[in-house]
Design a protein around this ligand. Structure first.
Ligand SMILES: *Cc1c(COP(=O)(O)O)cnc(C)c1O
Length: 432
């Protein structure tokens, strides 16, 4: 099985528990598991493979939030300006902490709102239909919130979403869309295309898209390129600045471990910063920080991506994101990516040994954590067995189990036990 996975040198791997334990032993990031609170049941720690859905809680998050509460208690509103970490400085710290993960300049990033809200704000600035050039290219199986956002925004402009949106569909049941198909569609619509709005990594199939080539193709026909990076940020290597992506947005509660509903992020390429006539919805928090509190009644924006901020941010949520990004910095994004790579190869190697064709990996081989397994039948029964044995994975109708081993807190032995238990479940259910 796992035909989609590219061939790579797996000669060092051995399918046994001793080898898995050796990989854990040699793991340079093994100590970081202690930086997270691992869900447990009466049999001990569970194998949490849901970092693609809600990343685990860092141990230091509670103290970071407590620090905000103490600061508030002692200084009240003065906390924005006083103390060892004035709240007004936190945004800049977060911009710097996010930059290496996004492959962006700190000034191209702003930390604000939530993902779907940010998609709307980015559409305001970067969807500018003009004459023939009106169409938006999207994935047919985009995350529903992205579709709701784009469709409702078009209706708000008085446009018919069915006329404007072009959806590129996957060829088969695996929901994989070849990058060439996307690029072909971009050239096909050419001067009618205003915007390509795509996911960096599809939430269902786990497919990683070639954002660089998609952006280049969009630009070459005169369109903008923007990405929803919900499943990409903190998961795969990104070069938003170098690829010249026009804008992007992401949430921080998946691979970034900043907690449920955490403050999200947006990227605006340097080429669009400090452009006086850009279309943007304004609020006082986007006002030039040096003069914000002079309370003038005409807007004068920040020079960087912070100009897109509208409201006083949740400082509590900033603290959660800051605590989590500190772990990324301590571990180093480079080392995290290396473990990503090895874990993914390890999982692919073990799945390769699964006998029979009851289950198929639909995720094309990539650097992303997520693997989506498509079951011919009884997928839900397999899921129930896995859950009962302490494996926290994700069930998607009609027949897919998704899981994402995460470098910062998952172990190679957990991946080994997962595949072993999957194999047993298939036997129990007479699927092989
Ligand atoms: C998780 C996810 C969302 C969720 O949006 P919120 O506004 O954070 O609730 C949106 N789009 C994609 C692609 C996602 O994966």
């Amino acid at each position: 099985m796992v035909e989609e996975l590219e061939a790579f040198d797996m000669t060092i791997f051995q399918n046994n528990i001793a080898f898995a334990e050796q990989l854990d032993q040699d793991d340079p990031l093994k100590s970081f598991r202690k930086s997270f609170l691992i869900p447990a049941n009466e049999n001990g720690e569970r194998a949490y493979f849901l970092g693609n859905s809600l990343g685990l809680q860092p141990v230091n998050t509670r103290a970071a939030v407590d620090k905000i509460f103490s600061h508030w208690q002692q200084e009240g509103v003065e906390s924005f300006f006083k103390g060892d970490e004035p709240w007004l400085d936190l945004h800049q710290k977060l911009q710097h902490a996010m930059a290496p993960i996004a492959g962006a300049m700190p000034y191209e990033i702003t930390i604000m709102n939530q993902l779907t809200v940010n998609i709307h704000l980015m559409l305001v600035s970067f969807y500018r239909p003009k004459g023939l050039r009106k169409k938006i290219l999207m994935e047919k199986k985009a995350f529903p919130s992205d579709q709701y956002a784009v469709r409702s925004y078009l209706e708000h402009l008085g446009l018919d979403p069915d006329e404007i949106i072009i959806e590129v569909n996957a060829a088969g049941e695996d929901e994989v869309i070849a990058d060439e198909e996307i690029i072909k569609a971009i050239y096909e619509y050419g001067e009618e295309l205003a915007l390509v709005f795509w996911g960096g990594l599809n939430y269902y199939s786990g497919q990683v898209f070639d954002m660089k080539s998609i952006t280049e193709a969009a630009h070459s026909v005169g369109a903008m390129a923007g990405f929803d990076l919900a499943h990409a940020m903190g998961n795969i290597p990104l070069q938003l600045h170098g690829w010249k992506v026009d804008f992007a947005s992401w949430c921080s509660y998946k691979y970034l471990n900043a907690g449920p509903g955490a403050v999200a992020g947006a990227f605006i390429h340097q080429d669009h910063l400090n452009v006086p006539d850009i279309n943007r919805l304004n609020g006082w928090w986007g006002y030039d920080k040096g003069e914000r509190f002079l309370m003038k009644n005409r807007f004068s924006p920040e020079k960087d991506a912070s100009a897109w901020q509208l409201s006083t941010p949740s400082i509590l949520s900033y603290a959660c994101l800051g605590a989590s990004l500190k772990i990324f910095a301590d571990a180093s994004w480079e080392a995290i990516q290396q473990k990503h790579h090895l874990m993914k190869e390890w999982m692919a190697f073990l799945l390769e040994d699964l006998k029979g064709n009851a289950v198929k990996c639909i995720t094309p081989y990539s650097r992303g954590s997520q693997v989506s397994l498509l079951f011919k039948e009884k997928g839900k029964e397999v899921y129930d067995i896995l859950f009962e044995k302490g494996f926290m994975v994700d069930w998607r109708e009609p027949n897919v189990i998704r899981l994402a081993p995460v470098p910062l807190y998952n172990r190679y032995t957990e991946v080994y036990h997962f595949v072993e238990t999957l194999q047993q479940a298939l036997k129990t259910l007479h699927l092989q």
